[in-house]
Design a protein around this ligand. Structure first.
Ligand code: HEC
Length: 174
């Protein structure tokens, strides 16, 4: 045993080093831990503010509104669809389109009946593209039908609005 001791510490210099190591290194570690703990506390007190600013910073720039096509959605009125899709031609008479409110131009067409007019719009007719150029994702068949009724009735027709479909997704595609 005494041999072991004499092997480990051979000089006063080594003794000083060992004493220094055993005494001061734990003190330094404790000091560093204290500094760490004392510094950490104010941060947790501020964390409510920090959370808010973090949320503000990582907030998405643009909000994406994904639409589930199978879910019922708010239906556009005939007037809304007309203004968005049809008015570009039917307000001005562009490409020979019968003009909005022009009963004389519409009378022969209205006399063909609603179904004929609707199918002209659905499939397109001469200069008029199918669905008036609207995509089925933007304007459903029902909304398209409403716009036909809106346009025809504004121009002398007396069609009734098609009934609101209970579940648009179940309507068989033609
Ligand atoms: C690009 C121009 C254009 C757009 C957009 C357009 N139409 Fe037309 N539409 C025409 C033209 C041109 C005609 C005349 C077609 C013909 O008889 O030769 C017409 C004819 C019609 C007719 C009469 C069809 C028939 O059988 O006599 C209806 C009803 C009609 N449009 C409704 C609509 C509705 C509803 C929309 C919107 C959803 C629409 N149109 C969008 C150009 C357009």
């Amino acid at each position: 045993m005494s041999d072991d001791h004499s092997n480990l510490i051979k000089s006063p210099k080594q003794l000083i080093l060992v004493v220094f190591g055993c005494f001061f290194i734990p003190l330094i570690i404790i000091y560093l831990l204290l500094v760490y703990v004392l510094n950490a506390k104010p941060v947790s007190e501020k964390s409510a503010d920090a959370d808010k600013s973090t949320i503000a910073l990582i907030k998405p720039v643009a909000q994406l509104n994904f639409r589930d096509a199978s879910l019922p959605r708010e239906m556009k009125s005939g007037e809304e669809v007309y203004k968005a899709v049809c008015s570009s031609c039917h307000n001005s008479g562009a490409a020979g389109a019968p003009m909005f409110n022009n009963a004389a131009a519409w009378a022969p067409r209205i006399s063909k009946g609603y179904d004929a007019l609707y199918s002209s719009v659905l499939k397109g007719k001469n200069a008029m593209p199918a669905r008036g150029g609207a995509s089925p994702a933007d304007v459903s068949d029902f909304e398209l039908a409403r716009s036909v009724v809106y346009l025809a009735n504004a121009s002398g027709g007396k069609f009734t609005e098609p009934p609101v479909p209970a579940a648009p997704a179940q309507k068989p595609a033609k």
